[in-house]
Design a protein around this ligand. Sequence first.
Ligand code: ATP
Ligand code: MG
Length: 553
Amino acid sequence: MSEEKSLNFIEEIIEEDLKNGKYRSVITRFPPEPNGYLHLGHASSICLNFGLTLKYGGYTNLRFDDTNPVTEETEYVESIKEDVKWLGFEWKNELYASDYFPVLYNYAIQLIKKQLAYVDDSTSEEIAALKGTPTEPGKNSPYRERTVEENLDLFERMKKGEFADGSKTLRAKIDMAHPNMLMRDPVLYRIKHAHHHRTGDEWCIYPMYDFAHGQSDSIEEVTHSICTLEFVPHRELYDWLIEQLEIFPSKQYEFARRNLTYTITSKRKLLQLVNEKYVDGWDDPRMTTISGMRRRGYTPESIRDFCDRIGVAKRENIVDMSLLEYCVREHLNKIALRRMAVLDPVKLTITNYPAGQVEEVYSENNPEEENGGGTRALPFSGSLWIEREDFMEVPAKKWFRLAPGAMVRLKSAYIVKCEDFIKDENGMVTEIKCSYLPESKSGNDTSGIHVKGTIHWISADHAAKAEVRLYDRLFKVENPADEEDFTSYINPDSLHIIPNAYIEPSLSTAAPGEKFQFIRKGYFTPDKYSTPGKLIFNRTVTLRDTWAKESKK
Ligand code: ATP
Ligand code: MG
């Protein structure tokens, strides 16, 4: 974070609170519901919550908001932990809202005793019917005036499992005419005879979000509980419950959800893409889940940089995907090893290169580093693969690559001149014949000839093979989340597989997690299923923003 950067509105609040001595240090939490994998929107929340306590001292808890037994799974808990760690953050405590079930139960009893909660036998339809509307007051439930004793007895029997799902609830007794609909006797507990991923069958009553979240914050003495804007109307209830229970005064602050163009940031919709097999699992490299981005070759640094750049806002907006791609390009440019790979090969034969000769040439690993990040040796011979697109039979204007009679430099090797080419019966070029200038070797070029184009190549006898996967955006429209049938906007060409690309031999031991720039082709990383016997590379991102150019055409 740069020093001059102005404070965001949450930082302003925190600085004020610290100055006034309201809190001694800052405690935040990241509270995912373990019902899916984390996505880029969560990354933004993680960076915000952890970033604040890194900046101001204090700590951040990882709290699983696992109060709904039906949708939560241990697999999700594990993936969430892995993703937060991978992003580079350390939580102080790993906590589960379900661990607070006994405390929350006691809080409920306290409210009953204060005549601030009651057991209601109404069905959810009956409750809804008496709720009123934003402009009309609601009506009191016929069960609202039950005595404390009766409520205590019924609530205990709810817990013991005497009643069926949906037959009773515990409601706060606030005000059925309250202008905030959420304050009209909100449900605090519901009956659900369901197995919970941690508490098993111990409970058959489960607290509602509003009776779990703020209370959990308070139990952990969270000072600044940050959530997204849809919780603004809940804040009044959040404060009311904490006040009535006379517990630690956590405070809720809201910021705008982060959305990104051409993708989805909603677990429910991402789950649908997985279940309906539009993608190859939660970590499909086209998914903007953290695990998908990791598999695709994004770095934690680039995601943190992105989150930092988009900052926090009070109003919903949609961030351009190109910014994320810019951030990853910036970082990979600094760290990725430069390598050669030919994705669409055509043969190039050097007719005057001594038959059978092989020599080593040296190429920089990373020109962004001092001394080019060191060099590596590459075998060079008279029989090479080059990119088909680097040859034009009839050259266009300002074409600096190969064409009949034209000269080009082979990266880190020699200047070659195209003498001839061969086509098959379909008019497809099958071989390009060149001569080379032996005195033009890179690093020791005495030819005096200057050429404008440089192309990459692989020695045919030394090339390793790999499958290369090129990705495009998963959706054809800017904001698929707005479309009800969002799956019909899936880009049918979001994955392009090249089964047999030629790669330089040093790549044959590349392992998942390593980052490469295939020069002139983009940034690549071995897929999680890549092995030395079957190499697979994912393209993380192209070298330039080709998409912006496309859309301006
Ligand atoms: P989803 O709609 O994808 O299920 P959620 O808000 O229900 O998201 P949770 O697991 O409840 O997911 O969220 C954990 C935290 O991450 C919450 O504090 C939530 O506000 C935050 N969060 C989730 N999505 C976004 C987003 N798109 N932008 C910013 N913060 C988000
Ligand atoms: Mg949620």
